[in-house]
Design a protein around this ligand. Structure first.
Ligand SMILES: Nc1nc2c(ncn2[C@@H]2O[C@H](COP(=O)(O)OP(=O)(O)OP(=O)(O)O)[C@@H](O)[C@H]2O)c(=O)[nH]1
Ligand SMILES: [Mg+2]
Length: 234
């Protein structure tokens, strides 16, 4: 990890967690780009069948394996492993730009927020519009976000983005349970429910650089609805 001369001053306060499932194509470049922004990089590999785990290890990341239950399980596996005061979660598919990490952690460093999520609605997305599937995802995501905003009387624009920073002590108090990507909305809801301070900053979501999405909306939409109701009202 050669970051000499260009490291972010708060780097040592940050643990970067990257869930990875068959993302070998862009992983080296991504980890190298992220190095100046994190004191440690933890890759949680979903038992990839490609060279993802080997590449991550060779780039200096700490590599651990999830329990084969999904991305939410992967993020939960990382929680006991992080050693720094701020945890940043970032996807490995090229959708998130490590250069945005300073902006994401700024409100936590300034002491004005406990959890900061990157908003694609404020920062734009190259994935959330343009086709029928994209329309359905944006509609579903906006509806869920609106329910959360109404329940907690807050104005938020994006409850589903995987790019976020959370104070590590707060993260550990959220008692996260979801095994799939529903963990993103669970994190937001539990943050607000417990009275922690949530903030958003604009971050752009880029098109996945290679490989394929692991989300099958037709299979999981009901789990989004169920987990939304469960955490919002019970
Ligand atoms: N460890 C682990 N990582 C996963 C798993 N499923 C997805 N990921 C990773 O989680 C990140 C997000 O997955 P994506 O498939 O891009 O899902 P998404 O970004 O929510 O959806 P798209 O917009 O379709 O890309 C990527 O870095 C994946 O490699 C899993 O079961 N285990
Ligand atoms: Mg993605």
């Amino acid at each position: 990890m050669d970051t000499e001369g260009k490291a972010f001053p708060d780097r040592e306060r940050i643990s970067l967690v990257i869930p990875v499932l068959n993302e070998e194509a862009g992983l080296k470049e991504l980890i190298e780009k992220a190095c100046p922004f994190a004191g440690e990089i933890i890759v949680i590999d979903g038992h990839s069948t490609d060279r993802s785990a080997a590449i991550a290890g060779a780039c200096g990341a700490r590599v651990h394996f999830d329990n084969r239950r999904g991305k939410g399980d992967a993020l939960r596996c990382a929680m006991p492993l992080v050693t720094r005061e701020i945890t940043v979660f970032m996807d490995a598919d090229g959708s998130h730009d490590p250069d945005d990490i300073p902006k994401l952690v700024r409100p936590i460093i300034d002491g004005t927020a406990d959890h900061v999520t990157g908003s694609r609605l404020l920062g734009g997305s190259s994935e959330l519009h343009g086709g029928f599937d994209e329309f359905m995802r944006l509609t579903g995501s906006s509806l869920i976000t609106a329910f959360i905003g109404r329940r907690f009387k807050v104005r938020i624009s994006d409850s589903q983005n995987g790019f976020r920073a959370v104070r590590t002590d707060v993260l550990r108090r959220l008692d996260l349970r979801e095994n799939i990507t529903t963990i993103e909305q669970e994190m937001i809801i539990k943050t607000l429910k417990a009275g922690f301070r949530l903030d958003e900053v604009p971050t752009h979501e880029y098109k996945r650089k290679s490989g394929t999405s692991h989300i099958r909306i037709g299979k999981v939409w009901f789990r989004y609805g169920y987990s939304l109701l469960k955490y919002l009202y019970f």
